[in-house]
Design a protein around this ligand. Structure first.
Ligand code: NAG
Ligand code: NAG
Ligand code: NAG
Ligand code: NAG
Ligand code: NAG
Ligand code: NAG
Length: 374
């Protein structure tokens, strides 16, 4: 059973649960084969015209790389300063820089991978999740660092996320390190990633890097809503960033965080992972989250933004990074279900994706918050 969100207190338990993320142990590194990405995307009227970088779907494989990297960003937190030098996972990832700025609450990891040929910047969720997401009146500010990194007047982003990336020299560090890595490895792709508030940081960072001329793909997990409507609309088909910036926000089931904070908007495309009560998985993608009528793309379905009325200490399990990884690995190993096309608005209307009400078996509010802790 699930009720609409009625009080701001609902996210009170977020902090509780985020703590558990840190307890997870390192999963084993799985080597998986390259699966092709779809290079042309049907625009809904039969012609393949959407070939912008921003609209080229990430493969499941690269999504899994980024998921694992987002998890690693949390693990660095408990290690000593030299951990970056010692960090040598078998997949060819090399730690280039790690920083935990305790005043900003920002944890950032920059890596390169010589096997898959990429450079990636990954953020762990900041310490400040309650203040950032609970307050419906969370403040907004202009994006960037007030000089070279900025967007047109009227575009505003969540102050907490912007500060985490742009204050105290953080951005200058990230920017100069990426610049050096790009010079050293000019053929490598650039990714940004992160989980939770780290996902928001990764999205802002990707936007900033693209404004500096880099071609960046942000694949992130459980990203909250990051800015105002003009911010959300800026990353559209005529945006100057369209051939440089691709934003893919992965959302697992009814993860609460992507529905927060209220009155903010998403930027970029959504990839939604569902599983119904008979454990059948599906993956959908919502063009720029809200859809585009002209191009016949559907947005997130009505009710997508619904929030549970009550969340107990165990009920944010679908926000865990480990849950995202479990689900993606299941897709990868069991049925290779992945998405290569945006959902179209003229598709026959599907049954609501809200197959959370299994109370016919067991009247248990907690299991409505997919996926249930086994
Ligand atoms: C298909 O969509 C493209 C892009 O929106 C448009 O330019 C074109 O005219 C459309 N073609 C038809 C047959 O509707
Ligand atoms: C930009 O300027 C505003 C107003 O002076 C200030 O509050 C903010 O911290 C500045 N941002 C950065 C990244 O320096
Ligand atoms: C903004 O960032 C750029 C580097 O990307 C830097 O050159 C510039 O000095 C920064 N501006 C401020 C006000 O910090
Ligand atoms: C699309 O983005 C551009 C800037 O990137 C903006 O000027 C324009 O208003 C946006 N269009 C819509 C329909 O939101
Ligand atoms: C679905 O998966 C969960 C957890 O893996 C399991 O407990 C449950 O029995 C499964 N349900 C069905 C109908 O197979
Ligand atoms: C789960 O999804 C599958 C595939 O769409 C469907 O056949 C099945 O009936 C669904 N199960 C429930 C309980 O809705």
């Amino acid at each position: 059973m699930m009720n609409l969100y009625t009080s701001r207190g609902a996210s009170t338990y977020v902090l509780w649960n985020i703590g558990l993320i840190f307890i997870v142990s390192l999963g084993c590194i799985v080597v998986w084969n390259v699966v092709g990405t779809s290079s042309s995307i049907n625009n809904g009227n039969g012609s393949d015209t959407l070939e912008l970088f921003a609209d080229q779907f990430p493969s499941l494989e690269e999504t899994l790389w980024m998921a694992k990297l987002s998890k690693s960003a949390y693990e660095f937190r408990h290690e000593d300063k030299d951990f970056c030098k010692k960090y040598k996972p078998s997949d060819g990832t090399r730690c280039e820089w790690y920083d935990h700025n305790k005043r900003l609450g920002t944890q950032v990891l920059i890596v390169s991978n010589k096997v898959q040929k990429y450079i990636a910047v990954a953020f762990a969720g900041t310490d400040d999740i309650r203040t950032s997401l609970e307050d419906a009146h969370a403040t907004q500010k202009p994006f960037g660092n007030n000089s070279t990194i900025s967007l047109p007047e009227g575009i505003r982003v969540h102050s907490g996320f912007d500060n985490a990336v742009f204050l105290q020299g953080m951005w200058e560090q990230i920017s100069s390190r990426i610049k050096r890595l790009v010079i050293a490895h000019p053929s490598y792709r650039i990714y940004s990633t992160g989980h939770s508030l780290g996902a928001a940081n990764s999205l802002l960072t990707a936007a900033a890097l693209s404004l500096q001329g880099h071609k960046v793909k942000s694949i992130n997990f459980g990203c909250p809503q990051t800015g105002n409507k003009p911010w959300s609309e800026f990353f559209n088909r005529t945006s100057p960033t369209k051939d440089k910036l691709a934003i893919w926000r992965i959302v697992l089931g009814w993860d609460l965080v992507p529905r927060l904070p209220d009155f903010f908007y998403h930027a970029g495309h959504t990839i939604q992972l569902w599983k119904n009560s008979t454990n059948v998985t599906s993956v959908e993608s919502y063009f720029e989250h809200y859809g585009n009528e002209e191009l016949h793309y559907a947005g997130a379905p009505p009710g997508w933004n619904a929030k549970p009325h009550f969340i107990g200490p165990d009920d944010l399990t679908s926000h865990f990074m480990t849950k995202y990884i479990e689900h993606l690995e299941e897709l990868n190993s069991v049925d290779s279900t992945w998405v290569h096309e945006f959902k179209k608005s003229d598709d026959p209307p599907p049954p609501p994706p809200i197959d959370y009400d299994d109370d016919v078996f067991n009247d248990d509010l907690r299991d409505d918050w997919y996926p249930k802790e086994a």
